[in-house]
Design a protein around this ligand. Structure first.
Ligand SMILES: CC(C)(COP(=O)(O)OP(=O)(O)OC[C@H]1O[C@@H](n2cnc3c(N)ncnc32)[C@H](O)[C@@H]1OP(=O)(O)O)[C@@H](O)C(=O)NCCC(=O)NCCS
Length: 160
């Protein structure tokens, strides 16, 4: 789809699921999503399931779905540690948001653990704001923040 420093972002395929689940397990050791959940998301919302590849190898992914017919929900995003802080997560988010916008969706939303300070900074840098706090949301008992973002006409200012 687009290429920068050998990073290509494109729709995921069934063949990518093993690499995706490996990244998921190492990024969320306590409560990873199962391969079945990813397979269902790929089948039902393939347009919102993207991978970033470096020389053909999956180094990150994002998947989303439509929530209550109104919100574009970010279900999961992760980038492998060696490729973090290179702008890949931001590009995955902006590509998914752009797809939601094209489909007439005006807001995105997501849940993030209050303990995940890096992700909270990451989403904050993309314009996400806190909507609510849910106590005991995750299996380890941690609380979740629900973050939302209004999808503006022009997201170019988030690209550096
Ligand atoms: C969150 C995650 C996807 C970010 O991906 P990434 O490719 O490293 O992020 P980017 O390089 O695009 O960062 C974009 C901006 O987010 C912020 N950010 C990202 N990582 C950060 C960090 N470790 N510390 C502080 N700010 C950070 C910065 O503002 C950054 O812009 P800058 O590098 O120009 O300062 C990645 O850290 C990850 O996979 N974490 C584990 C999985 C996870 O927690 N997912 C979210 C679950 S809700």
């Amino acid at each position: 789809m687009f290429e920068e420093n050998h990073i290509v972002i494109e729709e995921a395929t069934e063949k990518d699921l093993e690499a995706i689940i490996d990244i998921e397990k190492s990024s969320f050791p306590g409560y990873p999503y199962s391969i079945e959940i990813f397979r269902t998301l790929l089948k039902d919302y393939g347009r919102y399931f993207l991978v970033s590849r470096s020389r053909g190898v999956v180094v990150g992914y994002i998947c989303g779905r439509i929530f209550r017919e109104k919100f574009g929900e970010i279900v999961s995003i992760a980038v492998i540690p060696d490729f973090r802080r290179k702008g890949i997560g931001r590009k995955l988010m902006l590509e998914l948001e752009s797809r939601f916008k094209k489909d007439g969706i005006k807001f995105t939303r997501l849940e993030v653990s209050v303990r995940n300070t890096i992700a909270i900074k990451f989403y904050g840098s993309l314009g996400y704001e806190i909507m609510k706090l849910t106590k005991n949301y995750y299996p380890d008992g941690s609380d979740a923040l629900t973050l939302i973002k209004f999808l503006e006409e022009d997201n170019a200012h988030y690209l550096k």
